[in-house]
Structure formats: C-alpha cells, structure tokens
Design a protein around this ligand. Structure first.
Ligand code: 3EB
Length: 321
C-alpha cells in the first residue's frame, strides 16, 4: 500500500482469456475487443465493439493489489478494491429515443452512483458510440452526445472534467458503452498547451463544447491520457494524411508527458490506437515504430474519431516504470 491509502493500480494487455484473467486475484476489469463472444456474467467483463487491426488480440486488464468486490446498480456494473472503482454501462439508445437522451441518462446515472460510494472522484471515462459521425452539422451524433453529456454533468454540478475518450463503432446499432475509473482521492487534470481546452472549443464544432480534460494525473501519479488526435489549437490538421496526423498525435502526447515531467513511454505505457480506415494500418504502424520503443504495448483498433476528417487517435496510460 502507498502512503495515500490507495493500492497499486496497474493496466496491462494480457493474451489470456477473460475467464482466466477474472480468476486472478485483484482483477478490476477485463476489457475485450471486437467480436470476442458474449459478455460473461461477471460484472468485470466488457467487450468493446471495435475490430482489432493487430494481433494477437489481448485483453486490457486493470489490476489492484487488494481484494475486489463486485456488484450491479440498475444499468451499472461495478467492481471496487484498494481505493479504486471501475464502472461499466451498456445502453441501447432506442430505450431513450436517441443518443442525446441516452448520453444524458448515462452520465446522470453514472454520477449518481459515483456520489454514493467511497471512490467518489471520477478520473477517466471512455465512451464508445454507434456511428459517431452520422448526421450533418449540429445533428451529427457526436455533437448530440456532447449535448446530453453536458446536461448530465451539469445536473451533478461537475465542472472539473475527467480525462476521456469518445470513439465511434459499427457494432450493434444504437449500442452505447460508457466505462469509467474512479478513486477515493481526486486526480489532477491536465491541459495541453498546444491545444485549446476542449470545453473552450468555438461554436463551429457544435452547440456544446466537449466536456473532458486532456489527461488526468491519477492519485497514484500515473498519467491517464485522453483520446489524442491531430488537433492544434482547436483545428484539425493534415486532412487526408494519416501519417502526418499520427506524427501530430505524438507531438501532442510528448507535450502531455513533458507537462507531467514524465519520461518517454515504456513497457508500462499501454496505448490504444484508433484507426478510422483499416487500409491505413500499415502507415500508422510505421509511425508508431518511429516514435515508440518496441517494448511499448499497443493495440490497434478500427474506430471512428469524433470529427470526420480525423483519421487516427491514441489514448493510454503511463505508469511509473
Ligand atoms: C479532440 O481533441 C479529439 O468528446 O470525450 C478526444 C477525446 C476527442 C475525448 C470526448 C473527444 C473526446 O477534440 C476528440
């Protein structure tokens, strides 16, 4: 145990099956990718419907150095131990009449749960949304999601936003997945000096600016990095050039590490790389090979980024070596 009272949290990719990982002591969640079969009854299992573009396809496993309790609370499933809590939610938008109302419900439900437990500090959240770029102008589904998310956060007076990812999938129609990491202590949100803070994006990107921080320094000093794309200032750069976008992503990631006085990514820095077009995977892999040591764990997934001109995005973690 650290002096903070938080147990060690680790995130790593493992090739073992979800069932095997869930039998191991301290497993908080095992996240699968793609078409990995039906969800297990264990509330710590979630399969993200993004097609893997690299192999082998591991599970992303969150582990604590403590006993883990699990349960459910209405639409939520949770696990907690050592001062950390993972919450997962899968919703069908059709129940709510659309993505806007579904995302408001997801956030109010999540925040109500978080307010009722010891791990009451939201650190990091992932949003996997069906057909994120469908619809035009302010009717684009990502923008509608931003509207509902902002109403949900406002209902709970949340003004210090978590780090986040919002990626589109082409799995089950209307499936919204939201999962989050919370802790008994607050983290420290970080912004990127190369980028306008998302919540200050100008009106041209939608009626509600996106509610997320660029990264979160977790209370155990690890860095949880939000989905990072080729955005400089508030503008997307390098339209139609996936390699140049990937290089720009690394410039943004380097700035976040520098802000945190953290060294380069290493074997304790699992990254997820979202690639819009499967045909771009070789070009992206080549850029990754230039910027990352071979020891840096990475999973490439086919996913749509929240602006249709963005072709690649990276999120991940940097734990102490
Ligand atoms: C960007 O920089 C890219 O709406 O939660 C990245 C991470 C992006 C999170 C979100 C959106 C979100 O604006 C898009």
């Amino acid at each position: 145990m650290k002096a903070t009272g938080l147990s060690a949290l680790r995130v790593a990719y493992h090739d073992a099956s979800a069932a095997t990982l869930l039998e191991r002591p301290g497993t908080l969640v095992a996240l699968g990718f793609g078409d990995a079969g039906p969800a297990l009854a264990d509330p710590r299992h979630l399969c993200v419907p993004l097609r893997p573009l690299s192999s082998p396809v591991p599970h992303e496993c969150w582990t604590v150095d403590a006993a883990v309790a699990t349960g459910s609370d209405g639409d939520l499933r949770w696990s907690a131990g050592g001062g950390w809590r993972c919450i997962t939610m899968e919703l069908d938008e059709a129940r709510f009449g659309g993505i806007d109302a579904a995302s408001e419900y997801a956030y109010t439900t999540l925040l109500a749960h978080v307010a009722s437990v010891p791990e009451r500090h939201l650190q990091r959240i992932w949003n996997y949304l069906y057909a994120i770029n469908a619809g035009t102008g302010d009717a684009e589904r990502y923008r509608l999601f931003c509207n509902g998310r902002a109403r949900g956060l406002a209902a709970h007076a949340v003004t210090r936003y978590p780090a986040a990812t919002a990626i589109g999938h082409h799995g089950p129609r209307g499936l919204m997945q939201v999962y989050a990491l919370c802790a008994v202590e607050a983290g420290h949100a970080l912004e990127n000096p190369r980028q306008v803070s998302a919540w200050q994006y100008p009106r041209q990107y939608g009626p509600t600016s996106p509610s997320f921080a660029r990264a979160m320094r977790l209370p155990n000093a690890a860095l949880a990095i939000s989905g990072t794309a080729a955005v400089i200032g508030h503008a997307s750069h390098h339209h139609d050039d996936v390699a140049a976008q990937a290089d720009e992503v690394f410039a943004n990631l380097a700035m976040l590490l520098e802000q945190s006085r953290l060294a380069a990514f290493d074997a304790h820095s699992p990254l997820k790389v979202y690639v819009r077009h499967a045909g771009d995977v070789a070009a992206v892999a080549a850029v990754l090979a230039r910027h990352l040591a071979p020891s840096v764990p990475r999973v490439l997934l086919q996913g749509d980024i929240c602006r249709s001109e963005l072709l690649v995005e990276i999120d991940g973690w940097r734990f102490a070596s």
